[in-house]
Design a protein around this ligand. Structure first.
Ligand SMILES: *[C@@H]1O[C@H](CO)[C@@H](O)[C@H](O)[C@H]1NC(C)=O
Ligand SMILES: *[C@@H]1O[C@H](CO)[C@@H](O)[C@H](O)[C@H]1NC(C)=O
Ligand SMILES: *[C@@H]1O[C@H](CO)[C@@H](O)[C@H](O)[C@H]1NC(C)=O
Ligand SMILES: *[C@@H]1O[C@H](CO)[C@@H](O)[C@H](O)[C@H]1NC(C)=O
Ligand SMILES: *[C@@H]1O[C@H](CO)[C@@H](O)[C@H](O)[C@H]1NC(C)=O
Ligand SMILES: *[C@@H]1O[C@H](CO)[C@@H](O)[C@H](O)[C@H]1NC(C)=O
Ligand SMILES: [Zn+2]
Ligand SMILES: [Zn+2]
Length: 288
């Protein structure tokens, strides 16, 4: 079942976050030097990060999380570097570390069923967009805004959420109607790190949303969220909302950096337009 695929990957979200700030400089230098076959202090954290975000697609049960720089890590690093348009070195270079420290969505990048083919080590993507697994049975969905966070009220948030949903409705048969009281198809709110759904937020996580037909949509409240033009340390609500609603209706991540379904987001920026890749992905999923 599709949701189980999502869970299989998300189970690893409960692991400790990989935060570049927590890595001492000498560990970073050490990581750049460590060669395949060697043992290096901090390799473990890189493995953990790649595991959490889906880069061990053939090894969901027991990726060996130790400091040994093995063949599988090299493969996972190359897949990660390809996805993020970095030099595909298979090494933990400084650009790779920087990419890993960028704030991002909590949903893993790679769902093996749809985006990967071949055997261990080939890591061949077959499309740019991807799917989380799961579809809605009809296009008419309701949503509910549970709460807001520091700086704005639910009333102020309401039009921003409506616009984010309208972005998808404008290019698809979907229609979204706000439901103010009862349980809606989609339930949106701001949540603390640990919020009881089994997927506590990591340091670099902005938000996450569950695939169809779950409908849970959680923003991480620790960030400074902004409804209007964000300052350099603020997160633009609508930009993240459009991305997460993509998950809500069944899209996974895309490796096209201008796609709304690209996993990372730079604080202080606005990105609310769909790319053709996003539109094509949804059309492919529902076949309309
Ligand atoms: C990739 O490698 C080339 C040659 O080593 C270097 O000039 C370039 O800056 C690198 N690009 C990135 C994105 O790291
Ligand atoms: C995304 O993946 C596709 C399929 O492998 C590939 O053709 C494309 O070059 C990738 N795009 C980027 C920006 O890496
Ligand atoms: C992936 O995106 C690239 C760049 O936008 C495009 O040239 C290519 O045709 C796309 N591939 C697929 C399989 O959609
Ligand atoms: C969609 O659902 C809303 C809320 O339940 C309802 O008011 C509306 O009539 C429905 N529209 C269609 C086309 O079914
Ligand atoms: C929003 O509601 C949820 C669920 O009741 C709660 O856990 C969370 O703390 C609330 N967030 C804020 C910012 O009040
Ligand atoms: C939020 O803004 C406050 C005040 O400007 C700042 O001290 C804090 O570090 C910011 N928090 C984050 C997570 O960026
Ligand atoms: Zn995402
Ligand atoms: Zn959650």
């Amino acid at each position: 079942m599709a949701f189980q695929v999502f869970r299989a990957f998300c189970v690893f979200l409960v692991l400790q976050p990989f935060a570049v700030k927590s890595l001492k400089l000498e560990i970073l230098e050490n990581l750049e030097r460590v060669q395949k076959g060697e043992i290096g202090n901090g390799v473990y954290q890189v493995k953990k990060y790649l595991k959490i975000y889906g880069y061990y697609p053939h090894d969901t049960k027991h990726a060996v999380l130790d400091d040994h720089f093995d063949d599988k890590l090299e493969d996972a690093l190359k897949a990660y570097q390809q996805y993020y348009s970095l030099n595909v070195t298979g090494k933990v270079d400084s650009d790779t570390i920087k990419a890993m420290a960028t704030p991002r969505c909590g949903v893993p990048d790679v769902i093996r069923k749809r985006t990967w083919k071949g055997t261990v080590g080939t890591f061949q993507l077959v499309s740019n967009y991807s799917f989380t697994g799961g579809k809605w049975f009809n296009y008419n969905l309701t949503y509910n805004i549970q709460n807001a966070t520091r700086g704005f009220t639910v009333k102020e948030l309401r039009p921003v959420i409506a616009q984010a949903l309208q972005t998808w409705a404008a290019v698809s048969p979907f229609k979204f109607t706000e439901e103010t009281q009862a349980k809606a198809n989609i339930n949106i709110g701001f949540f603390p790190k640990d919020h009881g759904d089994g997927f506590p937020f990591k340091d670099i996580t902005l938000a996450h949303a569950f695939p169809p037909r779950d409908g849970r949509f959680h923003f991480y409240e620790k960030w400074n969220w902004s409804l209007s033009k964000p300052a350099s340390d603020q997160i633009h609500v609508k930009s993240i909302a459009v991305h997460e609603f993509g998950h809500t209706i069944g899209l996974g991540h895309s490796n096209i950096s201008k796609a709304i379904m690209f996993p990372t987001y730079n604080p202080g920026t606005i990105k609310t337009d769909l790319d053709q890749d996003d539109i094509d992905g949804l059309k492919d999923l529902y076949g309309y």
